[in-house]
Design a protein around this ligand. Structure first.
Ligand code: 5GP
Ligand code: SF4
Ligand code: MG
Length: 456
């Protein structure tokens, strides 16, 4: 998912700015979109299934516009827990004796089901199957405390990888899990308005400059007296490696590390680890482009545009069913004449189920490629993600049930190689990384209970 928030000390069209921020985060989730806007008195909420541009047509955007808006948050959803239903769209809202709260969440809480069960016993009510609602309810029922204190207490209770924005009529809050698994950044516009977002690209979209990343375990808030910070539960930082491999936009910088540059380093590393004699290096667009540039640079083999990507197609993996994903591959990609008669090095970010990769290799062969050497800039994905990236259930992960040679045969490539874990670490850099989907070492814990929809 993608989260976004604004606090403006001067009158601004926050509905429109929030729309722009959400649009810049559309790659982080295409299932639903929503926003809350408040002027200190009124509090508007609109959300629905669909892309930002589908949910917010002119009429709907007008319906949340407030001339003196002060605070707003936005969300784009990609479902991991809680099914793809309208009532699971965010921001979630709740009413407390101190007024209404809205929250948008990226990531997952690993102990949300236990906490939810305890709260149900104590008489709490839940409207969704969404783990975000557990966090919001925890904060809301501590309304005898100040909102910042209540949020800090909830952060200590719920474990996992998350980044959230929260608002009432007067305050914008942002917080990031103790390990900083999910990203969150803060920016500011020249008129003094503060913005918070999953990625810097959304700050730039609203004319804000990047101030800094929210730190692991940090809670930040903005109110009439400016920007404040509280370190609630900082731990050793282990941001999600997948943000740099695939998820984040290539013009974003997270925790001081540039996404595009890190992808180039991954490709260079792959070329050193797994060289092969061939004629051209072809990326699977868009996610493989940076790594293919790096592979070509390091190997001296020319980069070429061997796959056309229909710019009107979205991200295929995020389509919710297998059949939908398969049809969407053809909708999205087709080979160009560059591959005819050529030995091709095909570079992509990851192999999850292997189905897309098999189809792409097949497309290249049909178009006359004589050899296809598949190079992947992430290690084999053998474990599920419990922190908000839908890398599929374990049994669907091709690398958890097949050897590398079996995967090569399955996708029909001449050779197949994955970057080493050490190579990936070096290419991204930084102090630490979550690599749990590759090595099973979960820095922020794993769930005890598993099926959210089985619970009341
Ligand atoms: P597969 O061959 O495993 O079916 O598909 C792999 C492709 O899915 C990669 O090109 C990758 O870019 C894409 N992909 C899209 N969204 C995601 C995601 O959320 N997680 C992962 N791991 N891969 C994704
Ligand atoms: Fe990212 Fe993988 Fe860790 Fe999930 S398990 S947070 S996808 S590195
Ligand atoms: Mg891809």
């Amino acid at each position: 998912c993608g989260v976004f928030g604004l606090y403006s000390p001067v009158p601004n069209d926050l509905a429109w700015l929030t729309y722009l921020g959400m649009f810049a985060l559309q790659h982080r989730g295409q299932e639903a979109a929503g926003m809350c806007v408040s002027d200190g008195e009124k509090f508007h909420v609109e959300k629905d299934l669909g892309l930002v541009t589908q949910v917010f047509d002119e009429r709907r955007l007008d319906s949340v516009r407030l001339p003196n808006a002060r605070v707003s948050i936005g969300h784009v959803r990609y479902s991991t827990t809680g099914s793809n239903l309208r009532f699971n769209a965010q921001p979630l809202t709740t009413r407390t004796n101190k007024g209404i709260l809205g929250m948008a969440h990226n990531g997952n809480f690993v102990n949300a089901l236990e906490v939810r069960a305890e709260m149900l016993q104590e008489g709490a009510l839940f409207q969704t199957t969404n783990d975000s609602e557990v966090m919001l309810n925890l904060i809301a029922r501590e309304s005898h405390m100040d909102l910042v204190e209540a949020t800090a207490a909830a952060m200590q209770r719920l474990k996992g990888g998350y980044a959230c924005v929260l608002m009432n009529r007067h305050t914008l809050i942002g917080f990031r899990d103790p390990h900083g698994v999910r990203p969150l950044v803060i920016g500011q516009r020249d008129d003094g308005a503060y913005a918070m977002a999953s990625e810097p690209c959304a700050l730039y979209a609203v004319g804000a400059r990047l101030l800094r990343d929210v730190q692991p375990g940090e809670l930040v808030w903005v109110d009439r007296s400016g920007l404040h910070s509280l370190m609630v539960e900082p731990r050793a930082p282990t941001p999600c490696a997948f943000e740099w491999i695939y998820f984040a936009r290539s013009d974003s910088q997270l925790d001081g590390i540039d996404t595009h540059a890190s992808r180039i380093r991954m490709g260079e590393q792959l070329a050193r680890e797994f060289p092969v004699d061939a004629d051209i290096v072809v990326p699977v667009p868009d996610s493989g482009i940076g790594a293919a540039i790096g592979y070509a640079r390091e190997s001296g083999i020319p980069f070429d545009y061997g796959l056309y990507k229909n710019p009107y197609a979205g991200r295929t993996f995020i389509a919710p069913t297998q059949e939908a994903r398969e049809l969407k591959v053809k909708m999205k990609l087709s080979p160009t004449s560059a591959v005819r008669g050529k030995r091709v090095i095909l570079v992509d970010d990851s192999i999850v189920r292997g189905t897309t990769s098999r189809q792409i290799v097949n497309l290249l062969r049909e178009a006359g490629a004589t050899e296809v050497h598949f190079r992947v800039c992430s290690p084999p994905i053998t474990h599920p993600c419990f922190y908000g990236i839908d890398t599929a259930a374990r049994k669907e992960l091709v690398a958890s049930t097949h050897t590398q040679e079996e995967i090569r045969a399955l996708i029909g490539a001449d050779t197949l190689a994955f970057i080493s874990e050490r190579g990936l670490r070096e290419a991204v850099g930084g102090p630490g990384l979550c690599l749990a989907c590759f090595n099973g070492e979960y820095p922020a814990g794993t769930p005890l209970l598993n099926d959210v929809d089985k619970l009341a």
